[in-house]
Design a binder for this molecule. Structure first.
Ligand code: ZN
Length: 397
């Protein structure tokens, strides 16, 4: 029995084939009175499809309907249909078939090359896709789309130099700012250089990243990490402080670093002062500070411990489990808080810490480019332990 998939394909296939073929036949035979009889070729093609012999059906179609001006759109439509269905090999076959036509107009050749490049991309054949997109990027009506696609390919290949070039070209041709994206490309280069111990190059890349607009706070964070790794604690602290003072979400990354440097240097009071000033200005950051402390197991710093306690008292779901407020002040309360805190820490470790604001993709680690929607700097840290999912999980277990 043919599957539903084969039947749907058969319908679409024959509709497209018929459209192309009939137009051709009518145009050729408009001097004759009778319409053309149902062609045996269709029945043959249909038979292949009903037997789920899609490859044979496709070969049959390609032989039956030659690429000419009247049928070329049918071929394109069929090719893109196959690609969208994930049957990339067949899409490639169709587009190659169009390109093989010797007298193809240059516009149609570009369209076929662009379609074929998209097929290669969908098939993960990045080298071939890159070659075709590069050719179209030199001058065709697909120039902008081709450079956009090249940017995506270079990102996947982590070829940041080429990505920067493509991004800059796109800004000129497409008339829109890609400043943030390009800044991230530079930060990627800085991180690669720093990982190799080439800190001079890394600093230069960060400078380039911070030269464009809009700026990314990643530049400051990367510079701070470079300073930390080269034992330049003074600069590292200055930069981590700047991130905290500007109360950005990156406090989730900066706080553990700054705590570790201050603890080593025994200068926690400085941190206390900075955090107090920041929290007085932006009390809404309280939850993020608390959550960061819980996840990273940061304790023993009064201002942070206070944030954590407030956080527990304000968390409605927690309130149902422990009545912290009603515990006596003498000893019992502190140990209860410590207990809840340990439990929270375990729960937080089991739930994603960052989530993309565009598509909802979540991860434990901060990812500058979302692997799902490919947008840059769209992740934000969680500031709450996700009790709902944990509770659901434990109930269904
Ligand atoms: Zn996303």
């Amino acid at each position: 029995m043919p599957t539903e998939k084969a039947l749907i394909l058969a319908g679409l296939f024959l509709l497209l084939a018929a459209a192309g073929w009939v137009i051709g036949r009518f145009a050729e035979r408009d001097d004759e009175e009778a319409p053309p009889p149902l062609n045996i070729d269709y029945l043959k093609g249909l038979n292949f499809l009903l037997n789920e012999q899609t490859d044979q059906a496709l070969e049959h179609f390609l032989r039956m309907v030659r690429v000419d001006d009247k049928t070329i759109e049918t071929h394109f439509a069929l090719g893109s249909l196959f690609r969208r269905r994930g049957e990339v090999d067949r899409a490639i076959r169709i587009h190659q078939n169009i390109i093989a036509r010797p007298d193809l107009a240059s516009e149609q050749r570009d369209q076929a090359l662009y379609s074929l490049a998209k097929d290669y991309l969908a098939a993960g054949l990045l080298d071939r896709a890159e070659k075709l997109f590069s050719r179209l990027a030199e001058g065709s009506r697909y120039q902008v789309q081709a450079i956009e696609a090249l940017c995506g390919i270079y990102e996947q290949e982590r070829d940041w130099e080429k990505a920067i070039d493509a991004g800059k070209r796109l800004e000129v041709l497409g008339g829109r700012s890609l400043g943030l994206q390009i800044a991230h490309y530079y930060c990627e280069l800085a991180e690669v250089a720093a990982a190799k111990g080439d800190y001079a190059a890394a600093r230069q890349y960060v400078k380039n990243a911070q030269a464009g607009r809009p700026r990314t706070m990643r530049g400051a964070l990367t510079r701070a990490h470079i300073a930390r790794d080269t034992d330049d604690n003074k600069t590292a602290l200055k930069l981590y402080h700047r991130i905290i003072d500007e109360n950005t979400y990156l406090i989730a990354e900066a706080l553990p670093e700054i705590v570790s440097i201050y603890t080593r240097e025994d200068e926690i009071e400085e941190l206390e002062r900075a955090l107090k000033t920041m929290l007085a200005k932006s009390p809404e950051m309280n939850a993020l500070v608390a959550y960061t402390a819980i996840v990273n197991d940061i304790g023993g710093i009064p201002v942070i411990d206070e944030c954590v306690e407030q956080y527990m008292l304000n968390e409605p779901t927690l309130g149902e489990f422990v009545e912290l407020q009603q515990l006596s002040n003498a000893g019992g309360r502190d140990s209860a808080i410590a207990k809840v805190r340990r439990a929270l820490s375990k729960l937080a470790a089991a739930t994603p810490r960052y989530q993309c604001q565009e598509c909802g993709f979540s991860s434990q680690r901060l990812l500058w480019q979302c692997p799902s929607c490919r947008d840059w700097e769209t992740q934000r840290p969680a500031s709450r332990v996700q009790f709902d999912t944990i509770l659901q999980h434990s109930i269904t277990k």
